[in-house]
Design a protein around this ligand. Structure first.
Ligand code: ZN
Length: 143
C-alpha cells in the first residue's frame, strides 16, 4: 500500500507538467540531433529504465532527467529542486527511490554494454552546449 499526499488541482497540473515526456526542450534536442544526421529510437521499453533516446547501432542512450524528480545536484542545477515544504518525509523517500532507481538502471545498462549520457532538464536551456557534449559522446552520426 502506498501513501500519497493529497493532491490539489494546481499541484496536479504542475506534477503532470513536470512529468510529461516529450517536453518542448526535449523535442528541440531530438530535432537538433536528427538534423545532425543521428538516427535513434525513443523510449525503448526493452532496455532498463526505458531510456529516452536510444542509438541502437552505437549501443548508446541518452536519458533526459527532470531536475526535481531525479534530484539534480543542487550545486550544479540552475533550477529550483527543493523538496516541497509539506509531507517532507514522503517526498524525501519518493525522490530518494527515484535516484536509486536511476542508478540501478544505469548499472544494468552498462553491464549490458550500453553507454549512457544523462541530460538534465536545466541544461537544455543551453542547447548548443548540450549538443556539443552529445556529439562527443556519440561520435560521428554514421557509424
Ligand atoms: Zn538541473
Amino acid at each position: 500500500m502506498t501513501f500519497e499526499p493529497p493532491v490539489t488541482p494546481s499541484r496536479r497540473r504542475n506534477m503532470q507538467a513536470i512529468r510529461a515526456k516529450d517536453t518542448l526542450p526535449e523535442k528541440r534536442l531530438r530535432s537538433a540531433l536528427h538534423r545532425l544526421g543521428y538516427r535513434f529510437r525513443l523510449h525503448v521499453r526493452d532496455l532498463p529504465g526505458t531510456p529516452d533516446i536510444v542509438f541502437p547501432a552505437k549501443r548508446a542512450a541518452i536519458d533526459v532527467r527532470g531536475c526535481f524528480w531525479h534530484q539534480h545536484d543542487a550545486a550544479l542545477c540552475s533550477k529550483r529542486n527543493k523538496t516541497p515544504a509539506s509531507r517532507r518525509e514522503w517526498w524525501a523517500e519518493k525522490l530518494a527511490s527515484n535516484v536509486a532507481r536511476d542508478a540501478r538502471n544505469e548499472g544494468a545498462l552498462s553491464s549490458r554494454g550500453w553507454r549512457v549520457a544523462v541530460v538534465w532538464e536545466c541544461e537544455l536551456r543551453d542547447l548548443p552546449t548540450v549538443i556539443n557534449r552529445l556529439v562527443e559522446f556519440l561520435g560521428p552520426p554514421r557509424t
